[in-house]
Design a protein around this ligand. Structure first.
Ligand code: C2E
Ligand code: MN
Ligand code: MN
Length: 412
């Protein structure tokens, strides 16, 4: 099977015209042997390369290219089967897009670009990706690693709730248990809120606890357990806001759900303004009218609302068109390996833009690596939750790992 693969990467050091031609020449020889065709573009800082050929050959070549020390920040933009080679005439043309193949480089399809064989495929995604690169419409927000590691990050750690003693807690009112996971502002080294995650008595995950309940008790338990989460936050004097998860049905079907939460806050001396209810997007949409009504009541009480796992469900955009939360949490499936996925980057950037315009705070969930964090931070996200910073801890707030040292190590 023939495939086409397009990636973008950052040159480790700027190339002179002669070096670029040399690179193109080396690639051309290798690709001719392997019957791979394509194109290498350079804009003074970044490469865009199109590779076409037999699937196994192109894959093996790409694996080798990824290890090439001459570039970094490799982002896969497209990898799809094709019926025939689009750049068949090109074993590997190397072009500087600032000078281009002729005087007129502004538009693929113009006389200059037609020498690339692009004009025949102008309606194809590959040609449009090349065009976006040539026009500079794709800008990578990530600064070079060395810049990222600079002293802007040397903010003294704020005194946060570093530890708490599980023995402080005693028995909780509804007998449910919670692990706490911080959501952090990485640059200010601040915990902005802490999410309470339901656990079994010996740490079993939420779905095990929820599935062990008879259906007719599920929603009442879900709601009532939140009094335990609030009690926990109050007992350890959490100095930030608390997020709790609720099934939308737990909010909608329990007639006095909002009153219950407000009373639980009063009872434990927890300010309602510091409570956020997280609702998963996928389920919220199934009861939209009732859901909206419940959200109005939450807001009237001063409780904040977050959409959880955005991007994992099916109704994300239409839900957002009608209802805007205080916080939107980007699902881990969108965050995972975002630093090397063109489609994920484009999605995240559009969500950031949308949320910025509407005053919605974005949280990136499930951040596990420094590379993911660096990309997200550079794209404008400020709040993060994930194993990179802290894993959930039963009955207490875990220590936070601030990844500055990791960044400095990568930059070295
Ligand atoms: P969630 O609200 O999206 O919570 C985040 C989940 O992702 C947690 O899993 C957390 O442990 C996990 N997580 C956090 N950072 C990372 C990371 O870097 N990598 C990976 N792989 N995972 C990470 P957990 O505790 O198993 O909870 C799963 C889901 O169960 C929660 O997802 C939430 O939707 C639901 N849940 C938790 N507590 C409750 C509750 O009290 N009521 C209801 N109805 N659902 C709850
Ligand atoms: Mn959640
Ligand atoms: Mn989530």
């Amino acid at each position: 099977m023939l495939i086409q693969l397009i990636y973008r990467s950052r040159s480790r050091s700027p190339l002179e015209g002669g070096e670029l031609r040399g690179l193109g020449h080396d690639f051309a020889q290798r690709n001719q042997r392997q019957q791979v065709s394509g194109l290498l573009l350079y804009d003074g800082a970044y490469f865009l390369q199109v590779l076409e050929g037999e699937e196994n050959t192109v894959e093996a070549l790409f694996q080798r290219i990824r290890l090439d020390p001459r570039h970094t920040d490799i982002v896969l933009l497209l990898r799809d089967p094709i019926p025939a080679l689009h750049f068949g005439r090109w074993q590997m043309g190397a072009l500087d897009v600032r000078t281009g193949p002729s005087q007129d480089t502004s538009t693929p399809g113009s006389p200059g670009w037609s020498t690339l064989g692009l004009s025949a495929h102008h309606d194809h995604r590959a040609a449009r990706i090349v065009e976006a690169f040539v026009r500079g419409r794709w800008r990578d927000p990530t600064p070079a690693m060395a810049w990222f590691a600079d002293s802007r990050w040397e903010v003294p750690p704020s005194p946060g709730p570093d530890r708490c003693d599980a023995a402080l807690l005693g028995m909780t009112p509804a007998g449910s248990h919670f692990a706490l996971q911080p959501i952090v502002h990485a640059r200010d080294r601040r915990i902005t809120s802490v999410e309470a995650l339901l656990r079994g008595p010996s740490g079993a995950p939420p779905h095990t606890v929820l599935h062990s309940l008879p259906q007719d008790r599920l929603h009442a338990f879900d709601l009532h357990s939140k009094a335990d989460a609030i009690a926990l936050a109050a007992s350890i004097q959490l100095p930030c806001s608390l997020s709790v998860n609720l099934l939308p049905a737990s909010l909608v079907l329990n007639g006095h759900a909002v009153d219950f939460l407000v009373r639980a806050c009063e009872q434990h001396g927890w300010p309602v303004q510091r409570l956020t209810v997280e609702i998963t997007e996928e389920e919220a949409i199934t009861h939209l009218d009732l859901f909206r009504h419940a959200v109005q009541r939450l807001r009237a009480a001063g409780i904040q609302v977050a959409i959880d796992d955005f991007g994992a469900g099916h109704a994300g955009l239409s839900l957002l068109a009608d209802f805007q939360p205080d916080t939107l949490k980007l699902d881990r499936r969108i965050i995972q390996r975002v630093h090397e996925s063109g489609p994920r980057q484009a999605i995240v950037r559009s969500v950031i833009e949308f949320c910025f315009c509407l005053g919605i705070t974005v949280v990136a969930e499930g951040v596990e690596t420094v590379e993911e964090w660096r990309w997200l931070q550079s794209a404008g996200i400020r709040r993060f939750q994930g194993y990179l910073f802290a894993k959930p801890r039963l009955h207490g707030v875990p220590d936070i790992h601030w990844p500055l040292a990791d960044i400095q190590r990568l930059a070295a």
